[in-house]
Design a protein around this ligand. Structure first.
Ligand SMILES: Cc1cc2nc3c(=O)[nH]c(=O)nc-3n(C[C@H](O)[C@H](O)[C@H](O)COP(=O)(O)OP(=O)(O)OC[C@H]3O[C@@H](n4cnc5c(N)ncnc54)[C@H](O)[C@@H]3O)c2cc1C
Length: 433
């Protein structure tokens, strides 16, 4: 018998998504099946939440929100065959430390590690690297409970279906476990420095091809960016605890948080504050195991929109983004993040069938962003942009059909798995029905 209690307020990390929902934390597959039956009987919807780090309207529902945090930990792994099988609610930080203790790691990661493995993979979470695909590309197998309450497993023996489960938005069922490909643990040498946007863009091909992971954070009211160049190394991890704390906590969170607050108070001084921020960017190096290098603490909350665009549009795109930010006097004190991703074959991946640059625009929590983001979004579609599923966009069904060549195939797979539509909330209903 399910004990659901009353409705409670749910909100995401950024606070831009909220709902009054029945929050449920199941402990077993049987409880999931029981909940699905209840939802079917009462014609209610179920959305699953990971760590609530998506900015888009994927999770909110006035019906059931299922938190899978009790489905946590590694089920089985093989170092020899390079795979590991995790329960779906395992947080990436725990995935990383388990793998590391066993000499393994994920091939690539984004810039935080607080998402759940299922949540990160559901929206096509990516890191950076011209030769590295989105993280979901390494999914080997998914086990889930579908909308009829049946437990199913999709493996590499059904390669086309598996491409739907690699970016699934929580629409195909409640994922209970995921098997991922791993690689041997590796260390990264990370160099951080200041470069002008002009010189980055002049040398963009070489920088992105020569470095395993290359990205930059550009302050759009200046011509400068902080670049990060990361490459594998055999060097020993350095033990720069104090300087790491100074850079990643003091400078990038505490002092920077203070500057963001000042900038919110004195909005007209955005150019001054942007130039001040860039003064704090200096040359630094560190060597550590990969998961320690990728993940950075993010204490200052923000809202974000992000688009994958065909790589060749990068220069005109950044010029246009700057124009739009200036026009709207957008409070872009948090830099524009630019990364690259290798193409894939995943039905709903923003990097489907083309090498991509990802451009992310951030706005401090509480600052207005709608009109600016809408204009950026319109422009991005003109150049073939596809929004990150976990970030702010105003995607429509018609747009999805245009930008995702395999959209109809995904819709069919969704309908087969959830014929009554119990895993749809308001937004996903608009997009998929
Ligand atoms: C500070 C910050 C930094 C970020 N950095 C990056 C980055 O570097 N790169 C990048 O690409 N993105 C990044 N993101 C976006 C983030 O990675 C994605 O939005 C991701 O999906 C969030 O994972 P989550 O565990 O919080 O899932 P949620 O946001 O809670 O859910 C995401 C989706 O997964 C579904 N879901 C979760 N668990 C299950 C399950 N068990 N079964 C079925 N469906 C499920 C949900 O229904 C929902 O549709 C960042 C976000 C923030 C706030």
């Amino acid at each position: 018998m399910l004990l659901l209690g009353g409705k409670k307020k749910w909100n995401n990390w950024a606070g831009n998504q909220t709902s009054e929902s029945f929050l449920y934390t199941p402990e077993s597959e049987d409880q999931l099946i029981e909940l699905i039956q209840l939802a079917r009987d009462k014609k209610r919807n179920i959305r699953v939440v990971g760590s609530g780090h998506s900015f888009s309207s994927l999770v909110p529902t006035n019906d059931f929100i299922v938190d899978m945090k009790k489905f946590s930990g590694c089920i089985e792994f093989s170092k020899e065959e390079s795979w590991a099988h995790f329960k779906s609610g395992t947080v990436l930080k725990d995935v990383n430390s388990f793998l590391f203790q066993n000499g393994q790691s994920l091939r690539n990661l984004g810039d935080v590690d607080v998402q759940t493995i299922s949540g990160a993979l559901a929206t096509g979470t990516h890191g950076t690297g011209r030769r590295l695909p989105i993280i979901s590309e390494d999914i080997l197998e998914v086990t889930y409970v579908n909308g009829l309450g049946e437990i199913k497993t999709i493996t590499e023996n059904e390669p086309e279906k598996l491409q739907a489960f690699k970016v699934h938005l929580g629409l195909l069922g409640i994922i209970t476990s995921i098997k991922v490909r791993t690689i041997s643990s590796y260390k990264l040498h990370c160099v951080t420095k200041k470069m002008s946007l002009t010189s980055i863009l002049k040398d963009f091909d070489r920088l992105t091809l020569k470095n395993r992971n290359f990205e930059f954070f550009w302050f759009p009211y200046t011509d400068y960016a902080q670049v990060k160049l990361m490459n594998e190394t055999e060097r020993k991890p350095d033990n720069k605890k104090i300087s790491n704390w100074f850079n990643s906590i003091f400078l990038e969170n505490l002092l920077y948080g203070f500057l963001i607050k000042l900038c919110m108070l004195f909005k007209s001084k955005i150019i001054f504050f942007s130039n001040l921020c860039i003064k704090f960017v200096s040359y630094s190096e560190k060597v550590d195991w990969s998961h320690q290098i990728y993940a950075t603490p993010r204490w200052n909350k923000f809202c974000e929109t992000e688009f994958s665009i065909p790589l060749e549009h990068i220069k005109p795109c950044l010029k246009k983004v700057r124009e739009i930010i200036f026009k709207h006097k957008q409070l872009s004190i948090i830099p524009v993040e630019v990364r690259t991703v290798r193409q894939d074959n995943i039905l709903l991946s923003p990097a489907f069938n083309r090498d991509s640059a990802y451009i992310a625009i951030h706005t401090p929590k509480g600052a207005e962003y709608r009109e600016c983001y809408q204009e950026i979004e319109r422009y991005m579609y003109e150049i073939g942009g596809r929004p990150h599923w976990g970030k702010i966009s105003s995607l429509s069904l018609e747009r999805c059909k245009k930008i995702y060549p395999q959209f109809e195939y995904f819709r069919r797979i969704r309908k087969d798995n959830d014929p009554e539509g119990i895993f749809l909330n308001k937004w996903t209903k608009e997009l998929f029905i």
